[in-house]
Design a protein around this ligand. Structure first.
Ligand code: GLU
Length: 371
């Protein structure tokens, strides 16, 4: 298998097959392929649209729906119907599903980002398939920055959040073309994009989708975001036979966007950039070895000292007793909490604080160790 962790995004026009309702056959084929990859040990997270379409069908509405408030109502009617269908389809393959509704504001909040990341990674460890959608009911319309508005950008954010290797954006077209296929008989599919430049953006702007929110513009936007986090992105036709299985094997299908940096590099850059770092933890030599050599999580017992004021979700530097920087990571506890629990056994955390966020102060998933 060419990839280890994949985010698969299914758009509305794919899930409905262009009709006014979720298409069970199409969904069943997508689910079957995801289930097969899952059985082979590949980690998959789904980002699925379709709640608004499903709500609209349930209420018997036929006209095009305008206005965000009403779409929020439809999403509320449709979301659990969408999930219920996924649940039924995955159950046939003995796979448990989970739902995560994310809003942009939550992910910009440091604790929200950390909570979402920890939850999605924990679900992967538990072999549960998580189905993500935007939390349309609360997404705020007036502030464009507070809303993804389209699941293409959401899927790029999810791919970044979980350090995916591949993002598949599956839709009802084969990918990005050199011209509008409906108008130009010479239009041909672009199979690989090394860098998204103004020409690629111009081509994307020339195409639009009837049912989904974004069309090609938001797909290319998403590709730019994800490739900058080290993720390979493919836009492909979700109706193509075995498309998910073939893409996971690395087959050239649709339009592939190459990552512009390595995953590790992008995360390291983000974490190690002095700007983001809010404080410092000094650990004992045993903990320093466990972090460096065994790639373990940092526990309270190994912490000797705390410096600076920081909150849960902030990035902190980690030093050994000789003042040598071991690396840095996202902390699950604030500086005030760590002052109380440093040196203590993990089982004591609840007694000492009255609550706990797990035994790891910095989880190994959220740690970058300097070589
Ligand atoms: N969140 C919307 C839904 O589930 C879809 C947004 C989009 O089309 O990208 O219906």
């Amino acid at each position: 298998m060419a990839y280890r962790r994949v985010v698969a995004k299914f758009g509305t026009s794919l899930l409905t097959g262009g009709s006014d309702r979720l298409d069970r056959n199409i969904m069943s084929s997508l689910v079957k392929q995801v289930a097969q990859l899952h059985k082979q040990g590949l980690e998959v997270i789904i980002v699925s649209s379709g709640s608004i379409a499903s709500g609209k069908h349930e209420l018997g509405l036929t006209k095009k729906v305008k206005g965000v408030p009403f779409k929020q109502v439809l999403a509320s009617v449709g979301q659990h119907r969408l999930m219920s269908l996924y649940e039924q389809l995955f159950r046939k393959h003995n796979i448990t599903v989970a739902q995560a509704l994310l809003a942009k504001v939550d992910l910009f909040d440091r604790a929200g980002y950390l909570n979402a990341r920890n939850t999605l990674l924990a679900l992967l460890e538990l072999k549960v398939i998580c189905i993500v959608n935007e939390n349309d009911v609360v997404a705020v319309d007036e502030l464009h920055e507070a809303m993804f508005g389209d699941n293409d950008n959401l899927s790029a954010m999810v791919a970044n959040l979980v350090d995916a290797d591949l993002l598949m954006i599956l839709t009802d077209t084969a990918g990005l073309y050199t011209a509008d296929i409906n108008l130009d008989p010479d239009a041909r599919l672009i199979s690989e994009v090394e860098r998204i430049d103004s020409e690629i953006e111009r081509l994307a702007a020339g195409t639009s989708s009837k049912l989904g929110t974004g069309g090609m513009v938001t797909k290319v936007e998403a590709a730019r975001l994800a490739t900058a986090s080290g993720v390979t992105v493919v836009i492909a036709d979700g109706r193509e036979k075995d498309v998910i299985l073939r893409l996971a094997k690395g087959e050239a299908l649709g339009t592939r966007f190459l990552p512009t940096t390595s995953k590790l590099e992008s995360r390291r850059r983000w974490m190690l950039s002095g700007l983001a770092i809010k404080g410092k933890l000094v650990v004992d030599s045993g903990a320093a070895v466990a972090l460096k050599k065994q790639k373990r999580s940092l526990l309270a017992a190994g912490i000797k000292d705390v410096d600076g004021e920081f909150q849960r979700g902030d990035i902190v530097n980690i030093y050994d007793p000789d003042e040598c920087r071991v690396g840095c990571g996202i902390t699950n506890y604030s500086s005030a909490d760590i002052k109380v629990i440093k040196g203590a056994h993990s089982e004591k955390i609840t007694t000492l604080l009255g609550y706990d966020y797990g035994s790891e102060i910095v989880h190994r998933n959220n740690l970058v160790v300097l070589e």
